[in-house]
Design a binder for this molecule. Structure first.
Ligand code: CAA
Length: 258
């Protein structure tokens, strides 16, 4: 990987571990960091050595939001002209599964970025919130749209209108995260799951990810049709043939990503 200023990227087996690296700014997501994140996730997506991605911060903060100091003096025409925050959505075009491992604060854009990931695991000290209202603004990276889909209207309204944080256990109860883990084990536990995901056929994992994410965009009837077409398309892969043959022949499948 190239050297980056705002993130660290390491290879852990078949998993790419991306760590935000602005500890003095609570990993606030400045323009430079988002550019680097987009660049590296695209690079990983095209690299056959990797089957999944883990994104994390440090033990104090996953990310405390968009960089308020960068936004502070901007005007409406400026943010409109540069289409501020639009490029954050690039993360949702990555085909490989992405797990967010959240220790500490995941606020504003940090929370929104975690919700763009496919799975969220939380450390026991995690705090999630959309405090934009306390800054006189609103979420701008899909927070209102993804939170309501994740937790329903009443809780989404409560979290966004009050700006108050919820803790890891509450996030688990709400179904926002699928597991709460002691802080010091979080990254290792997440890497284990990511490695398992990466051990299967990549084109199949990409179809699962795409099909589930599509459910957030379309209705049930279209979604079921979409899924069935994706299912049929697995019959064009070598890996589908291999998986079923291995089952029948009582042996372990050997995936070729074809
Ligand atoms: N942007 C820029 N700098 C930030 C930041 C942010 N989002 N969050 C923290 N920092 C900086 C602080 O300014 C501080 O810098 P200095 O040392 O230069 O003063 C440093 O990080 C440490 O922060 P604190 O001293 O505030 O640390 P704390 O432990 O007392 O509090 C915190 C931690 C609760 C996370 C607090 O920093 C905080 O509330 N941060 C802002 C959270 C927020 O409002 N996020 C939403 C941003 S808007 C957004 O994201 C819009 C969108 O939809 C994309």
């Amino acid at each position: 990987f190239s050297t980056y200023n705002f993130i660290n990227v390491t290879q852990k087996g078949k998993v790419a571990l991306i760590q935000f690296n602005r500890p003095k700014a609570m990993n606030a997501l400045c323009d430079g960091l988002i550019k680097e994140l987009n660049q590296v996730t695209q690079e990983i997506d095209g690299n056959p050595e990797y089957g999944s991605i883990v994104i994390t911060g440090n033990e104090k903060a996953f990310a405390a939001g968009a960089d308020i100091k960068e936004m502070q003096d901007k005007s409406f025409p400026q943010v409109q002209n540069i289409q501020m925050l639009a490029s954050w959505e690039n993360l949702t075009n990555i085909k490989k599964p992405i797990i967010a491992a959240v220790n500490g604060y995941a606020l504003g854009g940090g929370f929104e970025l975690a919700m763009m990931c496919d799975i969220i695991y939380a450390g026991e000290n995690a705090k999630f919130g959309l405090p934009e209202t306390t800054l006189g603004t609103i979420p701008g990276c899909g927070g209102t749209q993804r939170l309501i889909r994740a937790v329903g209207k009443s809780k989404a309204m409560e979290i966004t209108l009050t700006g108050e944080f919820i803790d890891a256990q509450t996030a688990l109860n709400y179904g926002l995260v699928s597991k709460v883990v002691p802080v010091s084990n979080l990254v290792d536990e997440t890497l284990k799951v990511a490695e398992k995901i990466a051990s299967f056929s990549k084109p199949v994992a990409a179809l699962i990810k795409d099909t589930i994410n599509e459910a957030e965009n379309i209705g049930l009837r279209e979604g079921v049709k979409y899924e069935r077409k994706a299912f049929y398309s697995t019959f064009a892969t070598q890996d589908r043939k291999e998986g079923m043959s291995a089952f029948v022949e009582k042996r372990k499948p050997s995936w070729t990503d074809n």
